[in-house]
Design a protein around this ligand. Sequence first.
Ligand code: HEC
Length: 160
Amino acid sequence: MKKGEKGVLIFIAMVVLAMMIWNSEKLSKSSNQDKEIPFYSDASMDVKQAGSAIYRRYQCKRCHSLWTVKDIMQTVPAPALDGIGALRDAYWLMRYLSVANPQDILPSRLKTEYRMPSYSTMPEKDRKVLVAYLASLKVKPWYLDELKKTECRKLTGEKC
Ligand code: HEC
């Protein structure tokens, strides 16, 4: 083999090796994130259980999805509640669930029957537990931007 040819071969081998390393790093990063569910709750077991029982009792899943659970017949484009505690704090949530007209706080783009109903008549102790549960629903930092975009799309109907 000529000297020049050897040099070219070594060069190609190095490029191939560099690409393999780069690819495998990329793969391991993306597969970690693909496997990892970005949503979690940091509440105690008691709050989780009591909160999700109230969530079920009041049929929030008629319009919202949470932990990928939603009604099969669900047609309302309401925002999903996964990670909501990263977007709204307990104070905001309590106000939102307590006012007579939630659209005063968050304007709606939907027909009246699809809008967020008022839960001002829900007993205060139920509202408190529900709020504690909702506020505990968090998202991993790497998914936060995506979550904000999705929420914005749902609320405005625009691309965001
Ligand atoms: C009739 C459908 C419907 C039901 C039932 C419903 N929601 Fe909503 N909810 C909506 C819609 C739609 C919005 C978005 C604002 C709007 O259009 O009024 C919303 C908004 C919200 C938000 C604010 C979301 C955000 O992105 O800031 C929270 C929190 C919420 N709902 C919680 C609940 C909880 C908890 C229940 C059950 C107690 C519930 N909702 C029941 C339709 C509903």
